[in-house]
Design a protein around this ligand. Structure first.
Ligand SMILES: OC[C@H]1O[C@H](O[C@H]2O[C@H](CO)[C@@H](O)[C@H](O)[C@H]2O)[C@H](O)[C@@H](O)[C@@H]1O
Length: 655
């Protein structure tokens, strides 16, 4: 059974990613791309749906309920050593590592067990893949390293293609040097296992039992190849490790952020890079599908696609921390994806710009802790969400302002988007939260329409780009007036979720951040205070909107509740800093940092009742605001230091 969401660490090669549990099991891996069917889908079901666990065969202290390690009957060498008799269903021992971490600022995971006989380390990574050529195939490398003593280990590999549905045909391929490879084939996929350890099959699972001594390193490699193509070369694991170390050293070396939050910022940047599909520049919202927002409920979605909103804000964070190449690549992706008539702009696309993201349910998967359905595809692709025009234009604007090489097509696209928005901003939409209830006049959507027009006016004023400047200035004023008249409740001194509504919405926290109103405007302060009052969880985080009305009826078309939305909680910290409540902002930010798991990763939401992470994982939409808030608080600290040379702590508004 899958562990808690925070028990997982991410490894990836910028084309796909895997989740590795603290017990040494890879429970999620889609091959060859982020959005391909999973080869290991144990995360959303059981071990029967695929996993690959490497860990000690005999840990010192197995927790209650852990599978007792035992030798398979077919292997005499192991049986001769006098190990415990095997229960017929035992696949592999599942015992949490005693320690784990990423190797420095990289995506190379190291887990260590103090086991019977000594200490052992397993190093897991996926080498960044070349974009073309024979070796442009996904690989997962697992190096078992003896740290001290002598430890008996087991690798248990159960491949189940097509999200746990298909048992592949697995066979050995003898090699001229006397060694062998193991290959699993079904339909379009083949997956090759290489390693020096002897393997054997039992219960439709491939095992290797071996011993590792201090200083010894035993490598395994899994390589995917289209099944109609010749066998891929067996990778040189140690050379791949050296290349991967160098790749991350170079990449992290470009980071311009040097403030007090360097560790969480860099880990978030590495995570965002891992979610970027290198061949096209598309960015997935998360590498998983259907990790529930409500454990046991139906709020389960496929995030392995590129949302314009999520990608645009990711781009902004990358640009502000020195990463221009990713920004340039995403701009190219955007231009290709939206090519054609902006009337047909989708709010999300596949990672290569695909438009067909039809949603369906995988009824053979039980779901994470029974959370059904498991969905692939995403019906939100067909929604109207007017805010994405604002987010995209804002990202293009920032790219321009930070000196990214001029691109006339991007300018042209921006002008076309505004021409579309001019005709459609008055319409109701599904809004930033993609609610599956009725369309409404969401205030956040209108605010972001204002952002799109505002930034385009600035583009025209600052560059040779041309457009009907006066007409668009009038449009900008009209949208502003409309929002302030219809989206603001003067009696309660707060903006509301939608025109004429009573509910609040945490996306309103963005009003001062995008410059729609200044932070010291009484309506802004009133809205921040109302959100703090009405949308806070008992532990001080923020819900994005109330999921139920006063009579207990669901308002977003879905049953159940959801956790605090981490992005919104970071936005609150930002706003508090903007209105001068810097100490409070910092306290909230640090509380948010404490929700990260031990390797620095955040899901989409936090379940305050269960005190655990929920939703897809790791989530770009959580790591981006983490970076943004860190930058703001760092700027606050800088302003503070220059204003307070004696170093005494005092709150002050800096923005
Ligand atoms: O919870 C309801 C909606 O959840 C998803 O949308 C959320 O994730 C998106 C990607 O990070 C984000 O852009 C959006 O703002 C979030 O609400 C899901 O994709 C939707 O289908 C679902 O209705």
């Amino acid at each position: 059974m899958a562990g808690r969401i925070e028990d997982y660490a991410l490894i990836g090669d910028m084309q796909t990613a895997a989740l590795v549990s603290r017990d040494g099991a890879v429970d999620w891996l889609c091959l060859p791309r982020f959005d391909s069917p999973a080869v290991f889908a144990g995360l959303l079901g059981t071990d029967e749906h695929g996993f690959w666990r490497i860990g000690p065969a005999e840990p010192v202290s197995a927790p209650a309920g852990a599978t007792v390690p035992a030798p398979p009957a077919a292997r005499s060498a192991f049986t001769d050593s006098g190990a415990i008799p095997i229960p017929p269903t035992a696949a592999a021992p599942a015992v949490p590592a005693d320690r784990r971490r990423y190797r420095g600022d990289s995506l190379i995971l190291e887990q260590e067990w103090d086991a019977q006989g000594g200490t052992v380390r397993v190093i897991d990574f996926m080498p960044p893949r070349p974009l073309a050529g024979l070796d442009a195939v996904p690989q997962m490398i697992r190096i078992v390293e003896g740290v001290s003593g002598k430890v008996r280990m087991r690798s248990a590999l159960r491949m189940r293609f097509s999200y746990g549905r298909v048992v592949p045909w697995v066979h050995r391929v003898e090699q001229p040097d006397g060694g062998h490879r193991t290959v699993a084939v079904a339909g379009p996929d083949s997956v090759w296992l290489d390693g020096v350890a002897e393997t054997y099959g039992r219960d439709l699972t491939t095992y290797a039992d071996f011993t590792v001594e201090a200083g010894e390193r035993i490598a395994f490699a899994l390589t995917w190849q289209a099944s109609h193509l010749p066998a891929p070369a067996a990778p040189d694991a140690e050379a791949m490790l050296a290349d991967t170390v160098e790749f991350w050293r170079d990449w992290v070396g470009q980071c311009t952020y040097q403030g007090p939050y360097r560790e969480p910022v860099v880990r978030s940047l590495i995570t965002l890079k891992a979610l970027t599909y290198a061949p096209t520049g598309g960015i997935v919202a998360a590498p998983t599908t259907s990790l529930p927002e409500d454990i046991g409920g139906e709020r389960n979605w496929d995030y392995r696609y590129t949302w314009l909103r999520d990608a645009a804000i990711t781009l902004s964070s990358l640009l502000r921390t020195g990463y221009r190449e990713e920004a340039r690549a995403w701009r190219e992706w955007l231009l290709r994806a939206v090519a054609g008539d902006p009337e047909n702009l989708q709010i999300m696309y596949g990672i290569a710009g695909e438009r067909e993201l039809t949603e369906s349910e995988l009824d053979w998967l039980p779901g994470y802790e029974g959370s059904q359905p498991v969905r692939v595809g995403n019906g939100a692709a067909g929604q109207l969400q007017l805010d994405v025009y604002g987010e995209v234009v804002e990202a293009l604007h920032l790219a321009h302002m930070t000196g990214l090489t001029r691109n006339d097509h991007a300018h042209l696209l921006q002008l076309k988007l505004i021409t579309y928005l001019e005709q459609h901003w008055r319409e109701p939409d599904e809004g930033i939260w993609e609610v599956r209830g009725p369309r409404r006049h969401f205030v956040h959507s209108k605010v972001m329409a204002w952002v799109a027009v505002d930034r385009t006016i600035k583009l025209i004023e600052q560059t040779p780009a041309e457009g009907p400047l006066e007409r668009w200035k009038a449009l900008r004023d009209e949208i502003h007036r409309d929002v302030c008249e219809k989206g603001y409740d003067a009696d309660r001194n707060t903006f509301t979720q939608y025109y004429g509504g009573q509910e609040l919405d945490a996306s309103l926290l963005l009003i001062p951040q995008v410059g729609f109103l200044p932070p010291d405007d009484k309506r802004v302060i009133g809205t921040i205070e109302a959100i703090q009052r009405e949308l806070s969880t008992e532990d001080g985080f923020v819900l994005r909107y109330p999921t139920h009305d006063d009579d207990g009826n669901n308002v977003d078309g879905l049953s159940g509740h959801e956790g605090a939305f981490l992005a919104c909680s970071f936005w609150l910290a930002d706003d508090l800093a903007m209105i001068g409540r810097v100490a409070e902002a910092r306290e909230l930010f640090e509380k948010l940092l404490s929700l990260r798991n031990d390797v620095g990763l955040l899901a989409e939401e936090w379940d305050s009742r269960a005190q655990r992470q929920v939703g897809n994982f790791p989530q770009a939409f959580s790591h981006v605001p983490l970076i943004d808030t860190a930058l703001r608080l760092t700027a606050c600290a800088g302003a503070y230091l220059s204003a307070q040379p004696d170093g005494r702590e005092r709150e002050q508004a800096t923005l």
